[in-house]
Design a protein around this ligand. Structure first.
Ligand code: FES
Length: 236
């Protein structure tokens, strides 16, 4: 999305809000885009008085985002340790294991990122029975619990991530099934993306001339002047 593009509609929020527990020491693991949703959770736990350890990983330096926001914000909310910039999601898992060795009193782990990373985190905490919450992001269609597209096997139950999740007990999620389901449409997604790249009208709407035509130049300027949404967040 860029300034000037438009959406037909938007629905939300969906699912069950994240529950910030009374855990005293929490490890928040974010991989890739998972860094974005794990950030408010880390902040929530910090505000609740927990000792928060952040483990953040990106596949490559080019994919790092919020570099300005996260180090400053998290340092300000010490004690928070950060480990950024891994070569792959395995980085998160290794760092997470390192934390577990140094901190024997971890109460809870929150892991958000690629399924393979969340699976590794859940496996690492299983033997020690450390509560590990993951946030799954299966393919969604209607987002209202009717189509079943987002179903996830959790223990002996089938859950719909859009209404029952997205947070689940990582020790119960069937990650192998989740990964199979996520890859089921890879071929048609690739074909659709290629078609989109060739013919999507949105890509032609966001040039300067198009913004003028839409009267959106002004809106763009206003958007740039909006305050940082995390600026005034307590502890944020
Ligand atoms: Fe359809 Fe969840 S997206 S049931």
């Amino acid at each position: 999305m860029q300034v000037g593009t438009s959406l037909y509609g938007m629905v939300g929020p969906m699912g069950i809000p994240t529950h910030i527990t009374e855990a005293k020491k929490v490890v928040c693991v974010g991989g890739g885009l998972g860094v974005a949703p794990v950030f408010p959770q880390a902040r929530g736990y910090k505000e609740a008085g927990a000792y928060v350890i952040g483990v953040l990983g990106f596949r490559s330096k080019d994919l790092v985002f919020w570099e300005d926001k996260i180090p400053l914000r998290l340092r300000r909310t010490d004690p928070v340790h950060q480990r950024r910039l891994g070569r792959d999601e395995g980085f998160c898992h290794r760092r997470h294991q390192g934390c577990a060795r140094r901190h024997a009193d971890i109460d809870e782990v929150v892991a958000i990122g690629p399924p393979v990373m969340m699976k590794a985190c859940a496996d690492a905490t299983r033997a020690a029975k450390i509560k590990t919450m993951v946030s799954v992001n299966p393919i969604m269609v209607d987002g209202t619990g009717m189509c079943g597209g987002c179903r996830v096997k959790v223990g002996d139950k089938v859950k719909f991530a859009c209404v029952d999740g997205p947070d689940f007990d990582g020790h119960l999620v069937d990650f192998d099934d989740l990964m199979v389901r996520l890859s089921r449409y890879t071929k048609v997604e690739k074909e659709a993306h290629e078609r989109w790249s060739e013919s999507c009208r949105m890509t032609k709407q966001v040039g300067a001339a198009a913004l003028d035509a839409l009267g959106a130049r002004h809106a763009q300027a206003e958007l740039l002047e909006l305050p940082d949404p995390f600026e005034d967040a307590p502890g944020g």
